[in-house]
Ligand binder design. Structure first.
Ligand SMILES: Nc1ncnc2c1ncn2[C@@H]1O[C@H](COP(=O)(O)OP(=O)(O)OP(=O)(O)O)[C@@H](O)[C@H]1O
Ligand SMILES: [Mg+2]
Length: 269
């Protein structure tokens, strides 16, 4: 069995560091390495977000928050830390993982061997915080032999809600901005405090070796492991500005190296 099957990898970092782009690329490289991939767009703010980068479309799957009964049924994990349950009974998804066959097809999009979900987006003024969506991100665990990749909102608020509780690996996307190193340092500390075994960074949008050295020096000084680097890539930039799907680009090779590095975490376990 592939070493990362059954694992949940959460991708976080400073706003605009490239989290969603990296998740979209990781999904495609994992798929080409024979991993069935389950993608969760856990960012309640960005309207298109990950789904658009994956499909080039603004048509999203129905939000999972609706499937689980909306805000009336799902509470922010800070107010109600109890696990997410099925809609028709009280079985927790953490204890008894949900099967894909239980979920109506309008709640996901299938693209080859990748399945995309979105937890929900803020739609109306005064509707409340995105805490209920965070509980879904935390506990939506689907049974089966796949790898789960989770894209979350910028910053560290999700740690305040403990959505990393059911995560095996935290990947921090760091771009060449000082504040991004600071966010990485905080995330690293918070991950450690939660007992998460593997927390690594991906250096993103690296333009030259000198920049890469500065980034590496800063992160190493804080004892943070680096999974690899992704160069500044015109194709990624273009898909970002045009709102298009990220397809094959030079970054695939760099992401391939990162995937191999992540696999070694579990080869040695
Ligand atoms: N390696 C790269 N090379 C060139 N451009 C990049 C690279 N990575 C990301 N970008 C660009 O940076 C911008 C932000 O990327 P992205 O939306 O993936 O970041 P994010 O961290 O998910 O943002 P947010 O915090 O809003 O969720 C986009 O325009 C994207 O195209
Ligand atoms: Mg994003």
């Amino acid at each position: 069995m592939k070493p990362l099957i059954g694992k949940r990898i959460l991708v976080c970092g400073k706003g605009g560091s490239g989290k969603s782009s990296i998740v979209a690329l990781l999904a495609q490289v994992f798929q080409s390495n024979d991993y069935p991939v389950l993608l969760i767009d856990g960012d309640a703010s960005n309207p298109g977000g990950l789904i658009r980068l994956m499909t080039g479309d603004t048509i999203s799957p129905q939000p999972l928050i609706e499937y689980f009964g909306g805000r009336e049924k799902v509470m922010c994990p800070v107010d109600d830390p109890s696990p997410l349950t099925r809609t028709d009974d009280s079985r927790s998804l953490v204890d008894e993982h949900i099967r894909l066959s239980e979920i109506p097809p309008e709640y996901y999009i299938r693209k080859n061997n990748i399945i995309l979900f979105q937890v929900g987006k803020i739609q109306k003024a005064y509707e409340g915080c995105d805490g209920p969506m965070s509980k879904i991100t935390r506990d939506f665990i689907v049974e089966g032999n796949h790898l789960t990749l989770i894209d979350v909102e910028a910053g560290i608020e999700h740690f305040g809600r403990g959505i990393e509780k059911n995560v095996d690996v935290v990947l921090i996307v760091v771009n060449p901005v000082f504040e991004s190193f600071e966010v990485a340092r905080r995330v690293h500390e918070l991950s450690k405090s939660m007992g998460i075994k593997h927390t690594l960074t991906i250096l993103n949008a690296v333009r030259d070796p000198d920049t890469e050295q500065i980034m590496k020096r800063n992160l190493s000084a804080n004892g943070i492991d680096i999974a690899g680097s992704v160069s500044y890539d015109e194709e990624i930039f273009k898909s970002g500005i045009e709102g298009k799907e990220i397809g094959y680009c030079n970054a695939f090779d760099e992401i391939g190296y990162i995937v191999t590095k992540l696999e070694t975490l579990y080869n040695h376990d």
